[in-house]
Write a protein that binds this ligand. Structure first.
Ligand SMILES: [Fe+2]
Ligand SMILES: [Fe+2]
Length: 183
């Protein structure tokens, strides 16, 4: 998190406009990413949207630049797949912005810890997608566990929006993953 709210806004704006481009990541980025993923993880990678994969490669490359060439495969995979749970709701860029605003407003007005779990099981598709989007960390962790991902990769998907005192990943690794992600 940046201390300067204006810089944060600029960053989010850049992320938002960047995510409007439907282009796939360059083939060299895609094969670089796949080189760090097991077969089950690679299958999940291919289900991610183009903007999400472009973002994930940028995060992972920043992590490797920070930690050095000996960065563990599971750490690179954590950077690449931290948001994979977003494939479940299938919301595009504009609806995600709406979903984020809905959740922020709701949680301020009427906090309810069970709401996301309830909504993600709802019959109404709109409600269900909102709940699934909110639960993308848990859903991502489930997908990764089922894909035989490394324990750290699974844990980071679950924990990447949590405060550091609730991480189970090594704090120094979590700190780099978080700093390189910043969304
Ligand atoms: Fe996320
Ligand atoms: Fe991210």
């Amino acid at each position: 998190m940046t201390a300067d709210p204006f810089a944060g806004g600029l960053h989010l704006a850049r992320r938002f406009f960047g995510s409007l481009s439907p282009a796939a990541p360059p083939a060299s980025d895609d094969s670089w990413a796949l080189g760090h993923l097991g077969p089950g993880e690679a299958e999940l990678w291919r289900r991610m949207s183009n903007p999400d994969r472009r973002h994930a490669v940028a995060v992972a490359r920043a992590v490797v630049a920070d930690l050095g060439p000996a960065t563990g495969r599971e750490v690179v995979a954590a950077a690449l797949l931290h948001d994979v749970g977003k494939v479940v709701s299938g919301l595009g860029t504009f609806r995600r912005v709406g979903a984020t605003l809905v959740w922020e407003g709701l949680e301020r007005a009427r906090p309810d810890r069970q709401r996301a779990a309830r909504w993600s099981a709802a019959d109404r598709a709109g409600l269900r997608r909102l709940g699934q989007y909110r639960r993308h960390p848990e859903l991502g962790a489930e997908l990764l566990a089922a894909a035989a991902a490394h324990e750290l990769t699974v844990a980071w998907a679950r924990e990447h929006h949590r405060q550091p005192d609730r991480w189970t990943v090594p704090p120094e690794v979590g700190a780099v993953l978080k700093a390189c992600d910043d969304d």
